[in-house]
Design a binder for this molecule. Structure first.
Ligand SMILES: [Zn+2]
Ligand SMILES: [Zn+2]
Length: 651
């Protein structure tokens, strides 16, 4: 008998060689139906793999990342099996599970292409293989046999992969007539998969190398219930409608110009309005938290980034140094603001009495991204970080973390991101030599982050070994209206830059000490944040952020003058309004402006002009009737204030 320990600490005895599936069956038939893989002493395994000795076991279901991973990886094999039947002679590259579904890179052969029109036939074949309930069987195989087996089938991509593996570690998985080189783990059989969808195809170079052959990457997704697939496809549809690139164009927020260059966003007046409101909001909060705003140049001497270590990190694979007419001068576009802020710190001798020193800058940085990687505002080559660096003593780290968390919470709340998660990244305790900084400081900072989260009642996932070599960090992930996760704000402790820049302060003991540096950016970058905000709100921004808050719709040209007077009056209340003076029917004007997601439409005709009033129609088609202009302006100004002030009042 062997002893199996479950996550809740309970222990049961089983026959040696028991499988995860049998363990699940012994607990409940229902569980046996839901379980997809099993973790044995931390290693994810097939449900059918015999367990030979005492072990800690966790049964993995759909809700567990690893369970879902095994499910989607098995689905990649299923798709490959279907492709093998439909496209004889097709060659396979790699086929992993990804965050949402899976893909397989395939080489269908000379002159053969797999198009969207072919997807239904592939899906149909997959469903047939599911109905056949094929067992998925693992086998250990020697390197020699593996090479022979895949060479015989002319699978040269697989042979290349096998050649890089060590003998004794190679396994294959077989279902029906399909065998794949694979580590697993996999589902016991194909019938676990209930609903399938091939989503898209794209070109992908073998091993990401543009000098190697281009393969076809087929993306797919599967679910244990048809309803889940339907919901997912509906979410994708909705996501398409909310795509920030589409809405950004419709609302004239930003544009790209091939003449300016790919990945370099141009902020249009309305987008700039929106962005500046966000920046002003954060600046106001930062003033309350005693930050000092600074401004630094967009370039710096190459040596600056050699000192900071950024040249080693970004130098080769990013924008190359610029040379001046004068010989020997070399500048780099700045990839990070930190080195400049270190130099601001160094501009004067510092005393402990000045700490914490908090330097904030909306700093634009430039990093090269391959053109294929660029995507709207979320992957760009130039972006502005809402950056700040806090220079403090090791004892102040926790207090500063708490304050930065306050700022992040204020922002998330004001923007209706109710749903967020946090991750604490700590160092790998078994590999301490990988990290810079003393044990004492690391322990202090790690404890500070964990305690700060606890004090704020923030549930954070702790991950060992994920810290940067220069310090632990806390990252925030928000879930948008469609349940998609976006990584936004981050707070990062840094022992490295103070060392590299030899930063110092004079302590109360009159001795020189090294400060700790904290990097933080609640939005992350303005570009990325605005993209997320657009997709989260589908372009229906909260009133205080809407670039145009009200549009005045005169019922005929006769009332254009009055409409412009209304705009002028609203401006006195800091309300952003404009007139739709096109010679169109008012119904048409209402429809057009509703598409532009304008919060308030104000209709004006004879009655309104006579009474100094406006007829108010709120977004969503709610008619509020005729209201005195003055009253409307005051109420709207109050509404805006109430959206931002409660946040500021908490400070
Ligand atoms: Zn595989
Ligand atoms: Zn920084």
């Amino acid at each position: 008998m062997i002893r199996i320990t479950f996550p809740d600490g309970s222990v049961r005895e089983y026959e040696k060689g028991v499988t995860g599936l049998e363990i699940a069956q012994s607990i409940s038939p229902r569980l046996a139906q839901e379980v997809l893989a099993v973790s044995v002493n931390g290693e994810t395994c097939d449900l059918t793999r015999p367990i030979e000795e005492d072990a800690a076991v966790k049964l993995l279901k759909w809700e567990d990342e690893e369970g879902k991973h095994a499910y989607w990886h098995s689905s990649a094999h299923l798709m490959a099996e279907a492709l093998q039947e439909l496209y004889p002679g097709i060659k396979f590259g790699i086929g992993p599970a990804i965050e949402n579904g899976f893909y397989y890179d395939v080489d269908p052969g000379e002159g053969v292409t797999i198009k969207e029109a072919d997807f239904p036939a592939i899906e149909k074949k997959m469903m047939e293989l599911i109905a056949a309930r094929e067992e998925i069987v693992r086998a250990n195989i020697s390197k020699k046999d593996a090479i022979a087996m895949f060479s015989e089938r002319d699978e040269h991509y697989k042979v290349e992969l096998i050649n890089e593996l060590e003998d004794g570690t190679i396994t294959t998985y077989t279902q029906g007539a399909f065998t794949d080189l694979c580590r697993g783990p996999h589902l016991p059989n194909t019938s676990y998969i209930k609903a399938v969808k091939i989503l898209s195809s794209a070109g992908a170079y073998w091993r990401g190398d543009e000098k190697r052959p281009q393969l076809t990457r087929l993306y797919g997704i599967t679910f244990p219930k048809k309803k889940m697939l339907d919901e997912y496809l509906q979410m994708l549809e909705e996501a398409k409608k909310r795509d920030h690139r589409k809405i950004g164009k419709e609302l004239q927020l930003f544009a790209f110009s091939q003449t300016v260059g790919a990945g370099l966003p141009l902020w249009l007046p309305k987008g700039t309005q929106l962005r500046m409101r966000l920046e002003d909001f954060l600046k106001k909060i930062q003033r309350a938290f005693d930050y000092d705003q600074v401004i630094t140049p967009h370039i710096g001497l190459k040596q600056l980034y050699v000192t900071s270590g950024h040249y080693a990190k970004y130098g080769k694979d990013s924008f190359q140094p610029m040379h001046t007419p004068e010989e020997g001068e070399e500048f780099l576009l700045k990839p990070m603001n930190c080195p400049h802020h270190c130099e601001i710190y160094k501009a004067f001798p510092r005393s402990y009495k000045e700490l914490p020193l908090r330097l904030a800058e909306f700093g634009t940085v430039y990093r090269y991204e391959q053109s294929g990687e660029l995507h709207g505002l979320t992957r760009v080559r130039g972006f502005t970080q809402d950056d700040a660096h806090i220079f403090c003593t090791p004892d102040q780290v926790k207090e500063e973390f708490l304050k930065v968390m306050d700022i992040i919470f204020i922002i998330f709340r004001a923007l209706d991101f109710e749903n967020f998660e946090a991750q604490i990244s700590l160092r790998d305790p078994d590999n301490k030599e990988k990290y810079i900084g003393t044990d004492e400081n690391w322990e202090k900072a790690e404890r500070a982050i964990v305690e700060a989260c606890k004090e704020k009642g923030l549930k954070a996932k702790v991950v060992l070994g994920e810290a940067a070599f220069y310090g632990p960090k806390l990252d925030f992930m928000v879930k948008d209206a469609l349940g998609r996760r976006w990584q936004l704000g981050t707070i990062q402790v840094d022992y490295n830059l103070p060392e590299r820049f030899e930063l110092e302060y004079t302590g109360a003991d009159n001795q020189k000490h090294r400060p700790v540096m904290i990097h933080r950016a609640p939005f992350g970058s303005m570009e990325r944040f605005v993209a997320v905000l657009i997709e989260h709100t589908a372009g229906r921004f909260p009133l205080w952020l809407a670039p145009t808050q009200a549009v005045i719709l005169p019922v005929s040209e006769k009332f254009n003058d009055y409409a412009y007077r209304v705009v002028k009056e609203l401006k006195r209340f800091d309300i952003r309004a404009e007139v739709d003076d096109r010679n169109e029917k008012v119904g048409r004007k209402i429809r057009d402006n509703e598409l532009k997601r304008i919060p308030y439409l104000l209709i004006v005709g004879e009655k309104e002009a006579e009474n100094e009033a406006v007829s108010v129609r709120k977004q969503g088609g709610i008619d509020q009737g005729s209201v005195k202009l003055r009253t409307f302006a005051e109420e709207m100004a109050r509404e805006v204030e109430e959206m931002t002030n409660p946040a500021l009042d908490q400070i």
